[in-house]
Design a protein around this ligand. Structure first.
Ligand SMILES: Nc1ncnc2c1ncn2[C@@H]1O[C@H](COP(=O)(O)OP(=O)(O)OP(=O)(O)O)[C@@H](O)[C@H]1O
Ligand SMILES: [Mg+2]
Length: 253
């Protein structure tokens, strides 16, 4: 299961059990996700812009955390720090004891592929592949499972999210809600313990948004940990805990 030779990180099983003394939440237990004094400064021609200013956030395994805040407050920047899509300027982020910002780019990509499912507002499905082929991409990328079993596992995931009937269509033939379900199935491809999602219902009508939320709720009930950015205050309230950001700082958690 170990992908990198020089870095000690590994699969879900490992992530759920590993922890270091550095990764302590306020109650003294090890947090699954631990942001310590995280700052992000975007350097632009107009000058430096501090998008995150000293974020301290601990999330335990099994929590469903919603993140709210005005446009421009730093929510997407926060998610990008968690997923390793971008790096903090200062501070540390550890996930089950792995300091993710210390991984090289390629190790980060493979680590993410096994440990973190990401769901975006605009689905980001590859248009030239069928729905089920999209779900298999992370399996291929991380060399998970025996190749001959991948299709069956992907079909099971599509069953779980309720769109198995659409498996062999291109994503463009699905409704927005169905495409988001496909994206969730893809995020679950390698059975990661954590799902990070940025405005997953931002492009959906309220009924479909509610169905997608219920799907996330079901995943949390099954033991996943979810961090969900949303503008929808009603949905945010239904998560187990709400973190509010203003001007790059946490003002409620
Ligand atoms: N690549 C970048 N370069 C420079 N500034 C950026 C960059 N990305 C984001 N910012 C700035 O950082 C701040 C936080 O942006 P971010 O996208 O995290 O906000 P957000 O809370 O996700 O907003 P929204 O609700 O509109 O999605 C904003 O002021 C934004 O303009
Ligand atoms: Mg955003």
């Amino acid at each position: 299961m170990v992908v990198g030779e020089t870095v000690n990180y590994s699969s879900e099983k490992h992530v759920k059990t590993r922890a270091t003394s550095e990764s302590k939440s306020t109650n003294g237990h090890s947090a699954l996700i631990d942001f310590r004094d995280v700052e992000k400064i975007y350097r632009t021609e107009a000058g430096d812009f501090p998008a995150l200013r000293g974020i301290n956030l601990q999330i335990e395994g099994g929590e469903f955390v919603s993140v709210i805040g005005k446009s421009g407050s730093g929510k997407t920047t926060l998610v990008n720090m968690l997923t390793g899509i971008d790096h903090p300027t200062k501070g540390e982020i550890s996930i089950a004891g792995v300091n993710i910002h210390e991984l090289t780019e390629s190790n980060m990509a493979r680590w993410r592929g096994r440990n973190l499912g990401v769901v975006f507002q605009f689905f980001q499905l590859l248009p030239t592949l069928s729905v089920v082929q999209n779900v298999m991409i992370p399996m291929d990328f991380c060399n998970m499972y025996v190749p001959a079993e991948r299709m069956g596992i992907a079909m099971n995931l599509l069953e779980q999210v309720g769109i198995a009937d659409h498996a062999h269509k291109p994503p463009s033939r699905l409704s927005g809600g169905q495409q988001q379900r496909a994206a969730i199935a893809r995020a679950l491809a390698n059975d990661p313990p954590i799902i990070a999602t940025d405005e997953p219902t931002g492009n959906l009508d309220s009924k479909t948004a509610n169905q997608v939320f219920e799907l996330f709720q079901k995943l949390v009930d099954g033991g996943k940990t979810i961090l969900m950015v949303t503008h929808d205050e009603d949905l945010a309230k239904r998560a187990g805990r709400t973190v509010e950001i203003a001007d790059g700082e946490i003002i409620r958690q």
